[in-house]
Design a protein around this ligand. Structure first.
Ligand code: B16
Ligand code: MG
Length: 224
């Protein structure tokens, strides 16, 4: 028997915490060493993109080719630097009203999962003290197909024992919204409404999504 309670799946970077700024610092240092210009705008195109794909893109933008061995080394170095920032994260790094939203969902017994491209997701959740909210975690270590493929969210729904049509996804990237839509889940964009126009709902952040509105969304009839 499937769980009939609405499940909620959260993306990590850009939804729960802003780790994009740490990815930016680490990628920028790496690009600089390679003589590649890398701007904050370039970084926008790496949101929700896997580590391997991100480095491929940066090298392509800089018209650089490296051996497989060097590629692995660059990815390793970038991650080591990124982790020095992650290791300093605390509860203060949780984005506004995220904790209150999680508390509400927990109180109402909604199953909660994480669906992230990051291989560092569990470490980040531990650092910001949110691990215990999640009934299931699907991260970059468990998926073979990157967003916009719905694999990450479908796996999360399966672990929560809910039909995809009975799951809601919070995402800040367009590829994540497309993944949720393809997976037949209700997609809620967190960020810019123009960028996330494909989402069923868009809120600038969790401050804009009050609990009454969330309740209404959760109570919406679905085709089970
Ligand atoms: P890692 P999300 C994504 O997180 C980030 O947005 C993206 O910039 C990063 O490259 C990717 O995780 C992989 O992260 O290097 O830690 O494995 O938005 O899917 O939670
Ligand atoms: Mg994200």
């Amino acid at each position: 028997m499937k769980n009939s309670k609405k499940a909620v799946i959260f993306d990590l970077d850009g939804v729960i915490v802003d780790t994009a700024k740490f990815h930016f610092l680490a990628w920028q240092n790496l690009a600089e060493k390679l003589g590649i210009t890398f701007t904050a705008e370039d970084n926008e195109h790496l949101k929700g993109v896997s580590r391997v794909r991100s480095l491929e893109k940066i090298l392509k933008w800089g018209h650089k080719e490296v051996s497989q061995e060097e590629f692995e080394e660059l990815m390793h170095d970038k991650n080591e630097e990124y982790l020095t920032y992650v290791n300093q994260m605390t509860t203060k790094d949780i984005l506004p009203r995220v904790k209150e939203t999680l508390d509400y969902l927990k109180k109402e017994n909604h199953p909660i999962a994480l669906g992230s491209a990051s291989k560092n997701a569990k470490r980040i959740l531990k650092h910001v003290g949110l691990m215990h909210y999640f009934d299931a975690i699907v991260d970059g270590n468990e998926v073979t197909q990157a967003k916009p493929n719905p694999e990450v969210f479908l796996k999360a729904a399966k672990l929560l024992n809910v039909n995809p049509q009975n799951a809601i996804v919070f995402e800040d990237s367009l590829s994540g919204i497309e993944a949720a839509n393809t997976g037949q889940m209700l997609s809620i964009g967190i960020g810019n409404a123009r960028v996330l126009a494909a989402a069923d709902y868009v809120f600038k952040n969790f401050r804009e999504l009050d609990l009454e509105t969330l309740k209404n969304i959760l109570n919406k009839q679905t085709n089970l």
